[in-house]
Write a protein that binds this ligand. Structure first.
Ligand SMILES: Cc1cc2nc3c(=O)[nH]c(=O)nc-3n(C[C@H](O)[C@H](O)[C@H](O)COP(=O)(O)OP(=O)(O)OC[C@H]3O[C@@H](n4cnc5c(N)ncnc54)[C@H](O)[C@@H]3O)c2cc1C
Length: 470
C-alpha cells in the first residue's frame, strides 16, 4: 500500500474543500484534495446556485463574468412579497447567480496551477491515529486501497461530515449527525412560463412567509421555484402547496426538479482538534436567514488558511492548542453574529400570517425606501449592527402601535422582545469565546444554558398545516 505525505489533506472537493485547498496551496503548502465523485460529476446535484457578491470579493475568488459558463447573472436587488400579495418590497441583495459544476471546474484548474494534488473517484474510509491523535486517512481510489498522511486533515465532506462523525466522542469536536430538525429540506422546480407575456413574479422574488422564492433561471421566460422547510420534504411540499393555492400564478411547465438539505442548526462549539478541522456543511455552517452555505464558510476558510500558514511553518505535531485561534477568531466575529441571528429566528418565525404582513409592510425586517440609497441590504443581516437608542425607540414605537391597532398579539411581541434579549446575550457570550482551551468546558456549559432557552417556533399555514422550527 502506497503512503503519501502532505502538509494538509482536504476531504471533499465541493465549494468548501475547493476554496480551502486553493488558499493553502497559494500560501505554498502541499495539499492533497480527495473527492469521491468523478471529476465531471462533482456538484451535479445542484445546477444554479446563488453566491453573495460582496463575500466573493472578500474571499478573493477570481471574478465572475456574466455569460461565462459558470455565471448567469449578477443582481443587486430583489423583491420581498407580502403574504397578502399586495406589496412587493424592493431590497438590496448582492447576488451572483452561478452554475455550480462549471464554477467548480474553473476552480479545479486554479487549484492545479497552484500545485494542489487532486484525486477524484477517491473515497475517504477512515482516520488513522497514532497515540490517539490523527495522522492521516485511509481511502479507496478506484478499487485500490490507499493511505495518506498529513499534518492536518480537513473534513469538507458536506452534510455527511464523514470524518467529524467518525471521531472518538472525547476527541474535542462534537460528532452529531444532522437530524430532520437540523436541516432545511429544499425543493427546487425549474419552471418555464407558458405565456411569458402574462404577468408573473419577478425572477428574484421571495415570499419569506412560506420560505419560498422565485430565482433567476436560464433565461427571462424561466424561473426557479424554490421552497424550504425543516422536518421533511413533505413539509416543504405542503408549504409550496399552500402558497400555490393562494398565489394565482399563470400557467407554467416544470422543466426539471432538484432537492436537497441544507444545515439549519448551531455549529459545533469547536471546529478544531488534534490534527483536525471541520469546514462547510460538515461544520453545519450556513447563513441563518437564508440557509446559503457557500460564502458563509469561505469566511471561516480564510481564518483557517491564515492560522495554518503560521502553524505549518513550525516543527512538530499540530495539536488542538495550535489550531485554537481558528475558533477564537471565527466565534468572536461571524460565529457570534450567526448565533444571535439563529436565536432571533425563533422570535420572528412565530408570528402569524397577518402579523407577518404588517411586520413586512412596516419595515421591521426590511425597511422600504424611496431613494436607492435607502434600500437596505439584507446582507446587513449578517453584519448586523447595534441599534442606536433612537432606532430602538422607533422600533419599539412601531411594535406598540401594532399592538394598539391589534395588528400584533401581545404574546408574540413579548416573545420577540425576550428572544431579542437572548440573542443579544448569546452574541456577547460568543464574542467572549475563550482564548485559552482550558476555559472551553466552562464556556460550553454556559452556552448550553443559553441555547436551552431557545423555544420551538410554530408556523400555522392556511391549509391547516403547522410547521415547527426547532
Ligand atoms: C437545494 C439547495 C439549494 C441551495 N442553494 C444554495 C445557494 O443558492 N447558495 C448557497 O450559498 N448555498 C446553497 N445551498 C447550500 C450549499 O449547497 C451548501 O452549503 C454547500 O454546497 C456546502 O458545501 P460543502 O463543500 O461543505 O459540501 P458539498 O457541496 O456537499 O461538498 C462535499 C463534497 O464531499 C464529497 N464527499 C462526501 N463524502 C466523501 C467521502 N467519503 N470521500 C470523499 N469525498 C466525499 C462529496 O461528493 C461532495 O463533493 C443549497 C443547498 C440545497 C440543498
Amino acid at each position: 500500500m502506497s503512503k503519501e505525505k502532505y502538509d494538509v489533506i482536504v476531504v471533499g472537493a465541493g465549494t468548501a474543500g475547493t476554496y480551502m485547498s486553493w488558499l493553502l496551496a497559494k500560501k505554498g503548502h502541499s495539499v492533497l484534495t480527495i473527492e469521491k465523485d468523478e471529476r465531471e460529476r462533482v456538484g451535479k446535484r445542484l445546477d444554479i446556485i446563488h453566491f453573495e457578491t460582496d463575500r466573493i470579493e472578500k474571499a478573493g475568488i477570481p471574478p465572475f463574468k456574466v455569460g461565462e459558463p459558470d455565471c448567469i447573472e449578477i443582481r443587486d436587488t430583489s423583491i420581498v412579497g407580502t403574504p397578502d400579495f399586495t406589496t412587493g418590497i424592493k431590497v438590496r441583495a448582492l447576488q451572483t447567480i452561478v452554475r455550480l459544476t462549471p464554477f467548480l471546474h474553473r476552480m479545479y484548474k486554479e487549484l492545479e496551477e497552484e500545485g494542489v494534488h487532486l484525486e477524484f473517484s477517491c473515497s475517504f474510509n477512515e482516520l488513522i491515529f497514532e497515540n490517539k491523535k490523527i495522522i492521516g486517512i485511509k481511502a479507496t481510489k478506484g478499487t485500490e486501497k490507499v493511505e495518506y498522511h498529513a499534518r492536518v486533515v480537513i473534513d469538507a465532506t458536506g452534510k455527511v461530515a464523514a470524518l467529524r462523525t467518525s471521531l472518538p466522542d472525547d476527541y474535542g469536536v462534537e460528532t452529531f449527525k444532522l437530524g430532520s430538525n437540523d436541516v432545511m429540506y429544499v425543493l427546487l422546480q425549474y419552471i418555464k412560463w407558458k405565456y411569458p407575456e402574462q404577468e408573473h413574479p419577478n425572477p428574484d422574488t421571495g415570499y419569506n412567509w412560506w420560505l419560498l422564492w422565485f430565482g433567476p433561471s436560464y433565461d427571462k421566460n424561466q424561473a426557479i421555484l424554490g421552497v424550504g422547510s425543516p422536518g421533511s420534504y413533505e413539509n416543504a411540499r405542503l408549504m409550496r402547496e399552500d402558497f400555490l393555492n393562494r398565489a394565482n400564478l399563470p400557467a407554467y411547465d416544470i422543466v426539471k426538479e432538484e432537492q436537497g438539505m441544507t444545515p439549519y442548526r448551531r455549529t459545533p462549539y469547536s471546529f478544531v482538534s488534534d490534527g483536525f478541522i471541520a469546514i462547510g456543511d460538515a461544520g453545519a455552517l450556513t447563513y441563518p436567514f437564508s440557509g446559503h452555505g457557500v460564502t458563509a464558510t469561505w469566511m471561516l476558510c480564510m481564518i483557517v488558511a491564515d492560522v495554518l500558514n503560521d502553524v505549518l511553518k513550525k516543527e512538530g505535531y499540530i495539536a488542538r492548542a495550535d489550531l485554537w485561534e481558528i475558533n477564537v477568531r471565527y466565534f468572536k466575529d461571524q460565529g457570534a453574529k450567526f448565533a444571535s441571528l439563529y436565536m432571533q429566528l425563533s422570535g420572528a418565525l412565530n408570528f402569524k400570517e397577518n402579523e407577518w404582513n404588517y411586520f413586512l409592510k412596516k419595515g421591521f425586517l426590511y425597511q422600504t425606501g424611496e431613494d436607492e440609497e435607502d434600500i437596505p441590504e439584507p446582507n446587513k443581516e449578517y453584519e448586523e449592527e447595534e441599534m442606536s437608542i433612537g432606532e430602538l425607540l422607533k422600533f419599539m414605537g412601531k411594535l406598540i402601535w401594532g399592538i394598539l391597532k391589534r395588528k400584533f398579539t401581545i404574546g408574540h411581541v413579548s416573545r420577540l422582545i425576550s428572544v431579542n434579549g437572548l440573542a443579544g446575550k448569546i452574541k456577547k457570550h460568543y464574542e467572549n469565546f475563550p482564548e485559552n482551551p482550558e476555559d472551553f468546558d466552562e464556556w460550553v456549559k454556559k452556552t448550553e444554558a443559553l441555547w436551552i432557552k431557545k423555544n420551538v417556533a410554530v408556523k400555522h399555514l392556511s391549509n391547516n398545516v403547522s410547521i415547527e422550527f426547532h
